[in-house]
Ligand binder design. Structure first.
Ligand code: F6R
Length: 250
């Protein structure tokens, strides 16, 4: 292993979700006012379902929790079904007791997107920083919308999506046609993410095996944005066997 990344290999995607939810629930129980970072995409959906179940059946409360999401498409407002605000409302927020005013998702329709990015960073600082940030990973190693080449100290900003990412997000799971996918997004930077006290990255399926191997065992390089977590003091990757299949050490 090239860095400090803790690796947890689970049998399958369901076990990844249970392990991730257990860790986030642990943070919330230890600190009811926890500040948690969230991701969208297919990978965390089962984790959100498990957190919702824990709220319903085990009394896990989000009443004091604040949330920050990694990213949002530029030009989509929160009522658009493919917006990340809509996704979060649908998959998690409406199922738990989080206060809507404590959920921070970048506004893709902000009159000034650059000011919106600055205000997002300021809000994180004002709440004392993110305690634990949940991430997914792209097949090219991206985290949030930090595509290869993004710098280690990048901050929340407007970014261009790569053709790979546009194709991945229009494979029928989300957008049906590449032409519908916005070309730009607002995204937390790698520097923003690295400042979280804990980072938990999830990956399932063989399409992530190359990115996981590069991130965990490859060089610390902007060619693979997730590798820039290697020197984080508390970073854990929770992956299933398929996503671990490219690792020499697993
Ligand atoms: C989403 C995000 C992206 C995804 C990544 C993987 O907020 O920031 O980096 O985590 O594209 O997406 P899935 O889970 O759909 O494979």
């Amino acid at each position: 292993m090239a860095g400090n990344i803790n690796l947890v290999v689970c049998d399958d995607a369901a076990a990844v979700a249970r392990e991730a939810a257990r860790r986030f629930a642990g943070e919330i129980c230890a600190r009811p006012g926890a500040v948690i970072g969230l991701a969208t995409g297919s990978t965390p959906e089962a984790t959100y379902a498990e957190l919702a179940r824990m709220h319903r059946e085990e009394g896990l409360s989000f009443a004091g929790v604040s949330t920050f999401n990694l990213d949002e498409y530029l030009g989509l407002d929160g009522t658009h079904e493919q917006s990340y605000r809509y996704f979060m409302h649908d998959r998690l927020f409406r199922h738990v007791d989080v206060q809507p005013w404590n959920t921070f998702v970048l506004n893709g329709k902000a009159a000034n997107a650059h000011l919106e990015c600055q205000a997002f960073e300021q809000k994180i600082l004002a709440l004392g920083g993110v305690d634990i940030w949940l991430l997914g990973i792209g097949g090219n190693g991206h985290i949030a919308f930090n595509e290869p080449g993004s710098s280690v100290d990048s901050r929340t900003r407007v970014v261009n999506l790569t053709p790979d990412t546009i194709a991945a997000n229009s494979d029928g799971r989300f957008f049906k046609d590449a032409a519908e996918v916005p070309r730009c997004a607002l995204s937390a930077g790698i520097g923003t993410i690295r400042e979280a006290r804990k980072v938990v990255l999830l990956a399932t399926g063989s399409s992530k095996a190359g990115a996981i191997a590069a991130a965990v065992e490859g060089d610390f390089t902007t060619d693979c944005p997730a590798s820039l977590l290697q020197d984080h003091p508390d970073c854990t990757f929770i992956v299933d066997r398929d996503a671990a299949s490219g690792l020499k050490s697993a």
